[in-house]
Design a protein around this ligand. Structure first.
Ligand SMILES: NC(=O)c1ccc[n+]([C@@H]2O[C@H](COP(=O)([O-])OP(=O)(O)OC[C@H]3O[C@@H](n4cnc5c(N)ncnc54)[C@H](O)[C@@H]3O)[C@@H](O)[C@H]2O)c1
Length: 326
């Protein structure tokens, strides 16, 4: 599909990821970008940098109200299904989180079918794999959900349902669809809703207030931190490709300990504060494993995507942005 001149809708357009997908679409000369959001979690400020761009339309709409999707999707070439509740908000509000992630996703597909939208790119998550082991995880790996915290398990199940919808609507209903399994996404316009990205944003905000960064007692916990600009590029490449019915990891393949995150933040800020280790640094957890080996071979081979932002550069981009905030 051609991005240049096309019309694209981003559900959850006022999100961290949606706002960067919009930036990427505009950089590639998209003709029209509709940001649909009910502002349950995101805010219009997240996309205020796009105010005044005649190609961008910010629409208050709810994916739980299918009629609002019918209106927004009219004439659209593609939809980025980004709206969703992460593990933290879903754990805080299971009825709404489950409704948005499951019923809202079904509505999104139905509205695509009704409006004749050619393609949908779905924001899935590596949470679909559950607890990682020592071995390399690729898209063929089974889900290991039995030992997950209940909130994480629910979140994972909603993402697996979204992926099954991608395959179903792709095979049976003429809506091409790709699911992208993101690792821990972070970057400019970072929020406080991602449990693993909290180690970056919360600790940076603490250091700025003269407080020590806080780490879990076992700070060998690793995550795969992927910068949001790389995620946005993967979304647009998935939309542009003619591939359908596939699931791809969108990961760096690099394991970064939470201790290293604190070191990077202390280096960037030139702070001599010592981290503080506590028994329960975050409460709700996704994975907290000392090993997380994720393969990015399939997306490299089929879409030609590779990450370009290192965790050091990405965290600097986040902190540069944050420093401009109140
Ligand atoms: N951030 C990550 O680390 C990460 C990792 C893997 C997957 N994901 C997935 O990517 C997507 C975006 O993540 P994010 O970090 O940008 O999230 P976010 O919390 O910034 O954005 C979610 C957006 O969805 C909107 N929304 C919620 N309910 C809605 C509804 N009923 N109708 C319309 N909009 C609604 C919210 O207002 C918010 O703007 C989510 O689906 C998330 O599950 C994120």
């Amino acid at each position: 599909m051609r991005i240049s001149g096309g019309k694209f809708v981003i559900t959850g357009g006022a999100s961290l990821i949606g706002s960067h997908v919009a930036d990427r679409l505009l950089a590639e000369d998209a003709g029209e970008v509709v940001l649909l959001d009910n502002f349950a979690l995101g805010t219009p400020e997240t996309v205020s940098h796009l105010d005044g761009d005649a190609r961008v339309q910010l629409v208050k709409g709810d994916i739980l109200r299918i009629n609002e999707l019918y209106d927004a999707f009219k004439g659209a070439d593609g939809v980025f299904a980004v709206a969703g509740f992460l593990t933290l908000p879903l754990t805080q509000n299971p009825p709404l989180g489950l409704a948005v992630n499951v019923e809202g996703q079904v509505n999104t597909f139905e509205a695509c079918r009704y409006a004749g939208v050619r393609k949908l790119v779905f924001s899935s998550s590596i949470a679909a794999y559950g607890e990682p082991g020592e071995t390399l995880i690729d898209e063929q790996s089974p889900s290991n959900l039995a030992s997950y915290q209940p909130g994480s398990m629910l979140y994972s199940c909603t993402k697996l349902i979204g992926e099954a919808l991608c395959k179903l609507y792709s095979a049976n209903h003429g809506v091409d669809a790709i699911a992208l399994r993101y690792a821990t996404v972070y970057g400019e316009r970072q929020h406080y809703r991602g449990v693993n990205a909290l180690y970056i944003i919360q600790n940076y905000d603490r250091i700025r207030r003269g407080l020590p960064p806080v780490l879990p007692r076992d700070d060998s916990e690793v995550h795969d931190y992927i910068h949001v600009a790389d995620v946005a590029r993967a979304n647009v490449m998935a939309m542009a490709s003619e591939i359908t019915g596939e699931v791809f990891n969108v990961v760096t393949g690099v394991e970064t300990t939470v201790r290293r995150i604190a070191e990077i933040l202390l280096e960037i800020t030139g702070s001599d504060l010592e981290p503080e280790w506590v028994d329960d640094a975050g409460g709700v957890k996704a994975t907290s494993s000392p090993s997380l080996k994720l393969s990015r071979e399939k997306i490299r081979a089929m879409l030609g995507w590779e990450p370009v932002v290192s965790v050091e550069d990405g965290i600097r981009r986040l902190t540069d942005w944050r420093a401009t905030q109140g």
